[in-house]
Design a protein around this ligand. Structure first.
Ligand SMILES: [Ca+2]
Ligand SMILES: [Ca+2]
Length: 342
C-alpha cells in the first residue's frame, strides 16, 4: 500500500515537472547575414539555445541577395552540429554586394580543405525563401511558429502576398494567421537616437514598400526591437579578444574582426530580437502597450498606442538599466558558448 502511495506521489511530481518544462520555441530565422556581424551573434545564440532544448531552428531564410550568405550560414550551422538546417534565399533582393565576412565560407586550410566545412556552396543551390517558409509553416501545428526577422522585410512581405500552392491551400496572410504565434523584428526606432527623433533605420530603409506592407497587413502579433535597444546593450569587444580561443578558428571572432575590429563594442540589434523570440517570458525586456507601427515613405517608424478598448498587434521592446545589464550578459554568454568540440 505504502509503495503504491509513493508511486502515485512520484508520478504526480514527475507530471508536475514535465508540464513545467517549456516546449522548444519553433523558430524561423530570417537574416541579412553578411551586412553586420550582429546577425552572426544571433545565429550562434540560436544554436546554443537549440542545443539545450530552448528552441528548434526550423529554417534560416536570407534577405541578402549574395550567394555567399547562404554558404556562410550553412558553414556556421555545420560547426554547431546542425548541418541539415534548411536554408532559403531571396531572389532579386537587396544588398547584393559581398559584404565583409561571408567570404569566410570559402576560406581554405593550408591542405586545401574548407576552414569551416559545409555542403551548401552557394545560395544559387538553395531554394527560394518564400516557398520554403510556406512549406515549413504548412507542416507545423497551428499557432506554433515564431519568426525572428533581423534583416530586410523582403521575404516576409512576399510570404504575406503569396498565393495558395501545392503545400497549402491558404494564401500567405491566412497561412500566417493560422501558424505564426509571434514575429520578433529588429527594425525601426522608437526612442530618440542621438537627439534625432526621426532615426531612419537600415533594415526598414533597404526595402521600404515591403516594410509598409508588413506593418499594415501582418495578421499576427509583432514585437519590434528598435535601433535604441541593441545600441544600449552593446557587445563588449573584450569577449571577442579573449573568450573565443577554445578553437583555432572561430567564425564569430573572425567575422567581428573583419567587420569592425576591437576595440569596438558592436550593438546587439539582432541578438535582442532573438533573445525575446526564444525567452519572451524571462523579464529581459518590458513591452510598450499594444498599438500600431506605421512605416512612412522615408522609412520612419511611428508607434501609436491603441485607443482604449481597441486592439493592436504591435508592441516594442523597452529596457531598464538593470535589464540592459542582464540582456548584454545573456547575449554574451549565449553567443560565445562553444559549439560541440571535436
Ligand atoms: Ca548543409
Ligand atoms: Ca541583420
Amino acid at each position: 500500500m505504502k509503495m503504491i502511495k509513493y508511486l502515485i506521489i512520484a508520478i504526480l511530481l514527475f507530471s508536475l515537472c514535465y508540464t513545467a518544462a517549456a516546449a522548444p520555441v519553433k523558430l524561423i530565422f530570417d537574416t541579412d547575414m553578411g551586412n553586420d556581424v550582429d546577425d552572426l551573434m544571433a545565429l550562434c545564440m540560436i544554436h546554443n539555445l537549440q542545443k539545450r532544448g530552448a528552441c528548434e531552428l526550423l529554417a534560416v531564410t536570407i534577405t541578402k541577395d549574395h550567394p555567399q550568405a547562404a554558404a556562410f550560414v550553412d558553414a556556421v550551422n555545420t560547426l554547431y552540429g546542425y548541418p541539415d538546417t534548411p536554408i532559403g534565399v531571396v531572389r532579386n533582393g537587396a544588398a547584393n554586394e559581398a559584404g565583409r565576412f561571408n567570404l569566410l565560407a570559402d576560406k581554405k586550410n593550408p591542405d586545401g580543405t574548407l576552414r569551416y566545412p559545409h555542403d551548401l556552396k552557394s545560395g544559387a543551390d538553395a531554394p527560394e525563401a518564400t516557398g520554403l517558409i510556406r512549406k515549413i509553416l504548412a507542416q507545423q501545428p497551428d499557432g506554433s511558429v515564431t519568426i525572428a526577422q533581423v534583416g530586410f522585410f523582403t521575404n516576409l512581405d512576399r510570404l504575406l502576398k503569396s498565393k495558395p500552392d501545392a503545400v497549402s491551400s491558404l494564401n500567405g496572410r491566412d497561412l500566417i494567421a493560422e501558424k505564426v504565434k509571434l514575429l520578433s523584428i529588429m527594425a525601426g526606432a522608437f526612442q530618440t537616437v542621438s537627439w534625432d527623433t526621426r532615426h531612419l533605420e537600415y533594415n526598414v530603409k533597404l526595402d521600404i514598400p515591403a516594410a509598409q506592407n508588413l506593418a499594415n497587413n501582418w495578421p499576427a502579433p509583432i514585437v519590434w526591437s528598435g535601433y535604441e535597444i541593441g545600441v544600449a546593450a552593446a557587445f563588449p569587444h573584450v569577449v571577442i579578444e579573449q573568450d573565443l580561443d577554445y578553437i583555432e578558428h572561430h567564425p564569430l571572432k573572425e567575422a567581428y574582426i573583419l567587420f569592425v575590429p576591437p576595440p569596438h563594442d558592436r550593438p546587439t540589434w539582432d541578438p535582442t530580437a532573438v533573445l525575446y523570440a526564444v525567452m519572451a517570458d524571462r523579464g529581459y525586456f518590458d513591452l510598450s502597450p499594444v498599438g500600431t507601427v506605421t512605416v512612412e515613405n522615408d522609412a520612419a517608424t511611428l508607434f501609436r498606442p491603441a485607443r482604449k478598448g481597441k486592439k493592436g498587434l504591435h508592441r516594442f521592446l523597452v529596457m531598464s538599466p538593470e535589464q540592459t545589464t542582464r540582456v548584454r550578459e545573456a547575449i554574451v554568454q549565449l553567443s560565445v558558448e562553444p559549439p560541440p568540440l571535436k
